[in-house]
Write a protein that binds this ligand. Structure first.
Ligand SMILES: NC(=O)c1ccc[n+]([C@@H]2O[C@H](COP(=O)([O-])OP(=O)(O)OC[C@H]3O[C@@H](n4cnc5c(N)ncnc54)[C@H](OP(=O)(O)O)[C@@H]3O)[C@@H](O)[C@H]2O)c1
Length: 299
């Protein structure tokens, strides 16, 4: 198979770590990753140097300002990282003839309705984070129409920090956790996203498909946040880890600083058709994720 050189930004994040694990199984893939220290999204010279050093066929941006609540009071920083960073990358990739895959979020939608959001639907973000990510999508499309923006949602895994590691941490400290029950989304296993991104990268390089624009990478199984938290607690207890009782609350009662879409479902029909994807069943993915988190955090 033709070698595929990928340069990934956001090395220490969940998707990037999952990508490293999956790519290690493919000798034809040469994965270069840089964290904020080497490739800060607000440092155009560092991004350009990273692209040159790696001689990448594909640049993947898995870095982001992801502090959804904090962004409400830090919108300028969120825009610098989530909008201007991707704009710079798209411009550089276009200039140097390198394929570009960017990542975005369900938070570009207002979450109306109960059907999965499609790529054709008009976005209407409810939060500063969502606005910054939408601005990033638009900047990428403007600078480099051939680029792909992959929207993902409720990503979880054994890697970095996710809802799984957070819920287990909270359960170490509190016997009862209040979790919202009216936000419904598709918990999506980071290694499944990594496989999809690698297929997408290969499809771009080999021009087997004419893929550009938006692509939703999300599991077909949707559930509430409180049901997801309940499943995490049950699996943690089953594996000898901490347990807390889940108390479902409404989003209105929880009153977080940033508004989140109540319907976070994303339709994966376009991605499945283009890339032939399989999604790990939630129970199997959760078992691996909880095992990894408990193993990592065992004292
Ligand atoms: N996690 C989710 O549930 C979720 C949901 C929807 C969309 N997404 C999107 O999916 C993509 C990947 O998310 P993820 O969950 O894998 O990310 P993550 O685990 O939150 O990691 C994000 C990474 O971005 C890095 N970063 C922050 N500021 C940066 C900067 N100025 N320059 C370069 N890197 C910077 C962070 O570096 P440090 O390690 O140095 O802090 C971190 O390693 C992002 O675009 C995110 O918006 C994620």
């Amino acid at each position: 198979m033709i070698p595929l050189r990928i340069a990934c930004i956001g090395k220490h994040g969940q998707t990037a770590q999952a990508l490293a694990g999956v790519a290690a199984g493919y000798p034809s893939i040469e994965l270069h990753q840089a964290g904020r220290e080497a490739a800060d999204l607000t440092d155009a010279a560092a991004l350009e140097a990273f692209i040159h050093q790696t001689q990448a066929h594909v640049v993947l941006n898995a870095g982001a300002y992801n502090l959804v609540d904090k962004a409400e009071n830090d919108e300028a920083k969120a825009f610098a990282v989530n909008a201007e960073g991707p704009r710079t990358l798209a411009r550089l990739c276009n200039r140097y003839g390198v394929h570009f895959i960017h990542m975005s979020t369900d938070c570009v939608f207002d979450g109306a309705g109960t059907e999965p959001h499609t790529e054709d639907e008009s976005p209407r973000p409810l939060s500063a984070y969502g606005r910054s990510k939408l601005a990033g999508e638009l900047a990428v499309a403007e600078e480099y129409p051939e680029a792909v923006t992959a929207r993902v949602c409720w990503v979880f895994s054994e890697f970095a920090e996710s809802f799984v590691s957070k819920a287990i941490d909270w359960a170490r400290a509190r016997p009862v956790l209040q979790i919202v029950s009216d936000q419904i989304g598709p918990p999506t296993y980071a290694p499944d996203i990594a496989i999809a991104l690698l297929r997408l990268a290969r499809a771009k390089v080999e021009s087997v498909r004419d893929l550009s624009g938006l692509l939703h990478l999300a599991s077909p199984d949707a559930m509430s946040r409180s049901d997801m938290a309940g499943a995490i607690m049950a699996e943690s207890q089953r594996q000898g880890g901490p347990f807390a009782r889940i108390e479902p609350v409404t989003t209105a009662a929880f009153n977080a600083p940033a508004k989140r879409p109540l319907n976070a479902r994303l339709s994966n029909a376009r991605a499945n058709e283009a890339l032939g994807l399989n999604w790990t069943p939630f129970a199997a993915a959760l078992e691996r994720s909880v095992a990894g988190v408990l193993n990592r955090t065992a004292s």
